[in-house]
Design a protein around this ligand. Structure first.
Ligand code: SOE
Length: 380
């Protein structure tokens, strides 16, 4: 097996999901390349060393530029906060590295355009870690829609609810809480949680033409971890929007970190002329399917347990009936990326897809300000 030498930047929650996937993929998928954990890069040497020894990275770097300059690294994997994605991606592309980047691709569309231009010029394989596409039930939804089983689509409905920022004493900024600092995150739930809903929606239901949105920041001031001072909160705590898709369907999207009791409730439903599908991250191995073609006396919603060998990805895991979970979505993403290298057809979501999502989040944030319907820019 050929080696795919990984240089990871960042060691937080996402650094762990990626490292786990790089380690696991060879055990479950037959692939031409095997990821090798070459180096982990983090500013804090002690933390980098601790992460390297826990996950089995061969070496560490404390400056990402040095990591990119190394000739024993094939893939730069970015699991660092959003405000550094662009600079790292562009430098990595110039150095001819393949790039995997955490979502959202950039702080906003214009920044993502520069990233896309750099990888296009350098012709380097690239992918954004929108992992929920690789939940087998979600991939099956894509297959059923592409087979035309739902017919003409009328509605798309998505939400992503959490409750971890309700406490007004929670500071903003710093290692664990940069998602609360718009200077580092770009936006609040729009770029963090709705971005997942948008990526899935664009994949399942095509382009979004226009949006109208409203956002709210419930806690106006929080202490900043880095300055120790109370500072204005500039992220959106909640974000809701209506959308019109190019295929004529209408949509609602909602996201918040103030939905008491919900930890990561990502759900979507899609209604077509001949059927509907619905999915819920808290029950991720099930796809709810309604097929109007069923005989009328037994017609109803079916709860399909997505654990059989003919379901996407499942033949690579255990035996029918046994489940997999969140971590495996990242394993699937690495497997698909590697298969893309072998076949020459890059696995999605590519940076082009990442830009499309950033264009939608830009339009959502703009509409929340202008209080009007806004057009979504199209990726050229
Ligand atoms: C935020 O809490 C978060 O960790 C997101 O950043 C992830 O992308 C999402 O999958 C889970 O929630």
């Amino acid at each position: 097996m050929k080696q795919l030498r990984i240089g990871l930047i960042g060691y937080g929650f996402m650094g762990r999901t990626h490292s786990n996937a790089f380690t696991q993929v060879k055990n479950f998928f037959d692939l031409e390349y095997q990821p090798v954990l070459k180096a982990i890069c983090a500013r804090d040497e002690k933390n980098a060393k601790a992460f390297a020894s826990k996950w089995g990275y061969e070496s560490i770097e404390t400056d990402w530029r040095k990591l990119i300059a190394r000739d024993d690294i094939d893939v730069i994997d970015i699991a660092a906060p959003n405000n550094v994605h662009a600079e790292i991606c562009i430098a990595a592309a110039k150095a001819g590295k393949m790039i995997l980047c955490e979502k959202p691709l950039a702080m906003n569309g214009p920044e993502a355009e520069k990233i896309l231009a750099a990888v296009t010029k350098a012709k380097v394989p690239n992918m954004v870690w929108y992992n929920y596409r690789r939940v087998p039930a979600v991939t099956l939804a894509k297959q059923l829609i592409d087979e035309g089983r739902l017919g003409k689509i009328f509605h798309y409905r998505a939400k992503f609810l959490q409750d971890w920022t309700i406490n007004a004493d929670l500071p903003q900024g710093g290692a664990g809480l940069w998602r609360l600092d718009a200077k580092v995150a770009g936006s609040g739930v729009t770029g963090d949680l709705l971005a997942h809903c948008i990526d899935t929606a664009l994949w399942l239901n095509g382009n979004i033409d226009t949006v109208t949105a409203t956002t709210e920041t419930f806690v106006k001031q929080r202490k900043h971890t880095l300055t120790g001072k109370m500072e204005k909160v500039t992220i959106d705590d909640a974000s809701l929007f209506l959308a019109r898709f190019t295929n004529g369907s209408l949509a609602t999207f909602e996201s918040t970190r103030y939905a008491r009791g919900h930890k990561a409730l990502y759900t979507f439903e899609i209604n077509g002329e001949n059927g509907s599908l619905s999915w819920d991250l808290h029950d991720l191995h099930r796809l709810q399917v309604f097929d109007y073609k069923d005989e009328s006396k037994i017609r109803g919603w079916k709860s399909v347990h997505i654990t059989d060998g003919d379901h996407p990805y499942m033949k690579n895991w255990w035996v029918p009936g046994l489940q997999i979970g969140y971590a495996e979505t990242f394993v699937h993403q690495v497997a698909d990326f590697i298969q893309g290298l072998s076949s020459g057809k890059m696995a999605s979501p590519t940076f082009k897809d990442g830009l499309a999502t950033d264009y939608v989040t830009d339009a959502v944030l703009k509409s929340a300000k202008t209080k009007r319907w806004e057009k979504v820019k199209k990726v050229k």
